[in-house]
Write a protein of this length. Structure first.
Lengths: 113, 113
């Protein structure tokens, strides 16, 4: 199946821990994104990489560090987790053009206790 | 700064009625506008993408219009079905740095049998 896949689907952890979310796409896209969807369902972009180069870095605490080993992968590492980090995190990919829609993964629901 | 608004936040209609979903945006310097569908616990699925030079796009029972000068888009779903129940989000790809996609808050639709 061609898709954007992210793991894990659910992540429950305690405050202060460090965790990672992985994302992979096999669509041949050159741009990947991390979005955060809060409890009110607003989607906000966090980061975007194009061919392993960071192109968007919104106002996100530096406890969040994205890593792109190649253009098909974009992982998100979070240090010193806080209660406010609880949300659903979506990975997405596209081509850096004006006509390719964004393709989303199914999300990772992070719960920090 | 681009802001995207969707009104109403929720909509309930009987099966068979046509659905009209509205999206407005503040900065008309966009490359495209996309409509997505999100089912509970799932990622977003792209429905239609309208380029800034286009006035409308159609796919089956879905038709989306774009009036860039007034900052508005409308998604029409003809002859609604219970399976159309979902949250619908619009997003604009701006010409500002990074070409990021800015999302509206979504319209939650319930089609009653």
């Amino acid at each position: 199946d061609t898709a954007v896949s992210q793991t894990p689907k659910y992540l429950v952890t305690q405050m202060g821990n460090d965790k990672s979310i992985k994302c992979e796409q096999n669509l041949g896209h050159d741009t990947m994104y991390w979005y955060k969807q809060d409890s009110k369902k607003f989607l906000k972009i966090m980061f975007s990489y194009n061919n392993k180069e960071l192109i968007i870095n919104e106002t996100v605490p530096n406890r969040f560090s994205p890593k792109s080993p190649d253009k098909a992968h974009l992982n998100l590492h979070i240090n010193s987790l806080e209660l406010g980090d609880s949300a659903v995190y979506f990975c997405a990919s596209s081509l850096r053009d004006r006509v390719t829609p964004l393709h989303f993964g199914n999300g990772t629901r992070l719960t920090v206790t | 700064k681009q802001e995207v608004t969707q009104i109403p936040a929720a909509l309930s209609v009987p099966e068979g009625e046509n659905l009209v979903l509205n999206c407005s945006f503040t900065d008309s310097a966009i490359y495209n506008l996309q409509w997505f569908r999100q089912d509970p616990g799932k990622g977003l699925t792209s429905l239609l993408l309208i380029q800034s030079s286009q006035r409308e796009q159609t796919s089956g029972r879905l038709n989306a219009s774009l009036d860039k000068s007034s900052g508005r888009s409308t998604l029409y779903i003809a002859a609604s079905q219970p399976g159309d129940s979902a949250t619908y989000l619009c997003a604009v790809k701006g010409k500002a740095a990074g070409n990021k996609l800015t999302f509206g808050g979504g319209t939650r639709v319930l089609v009653k049998p």
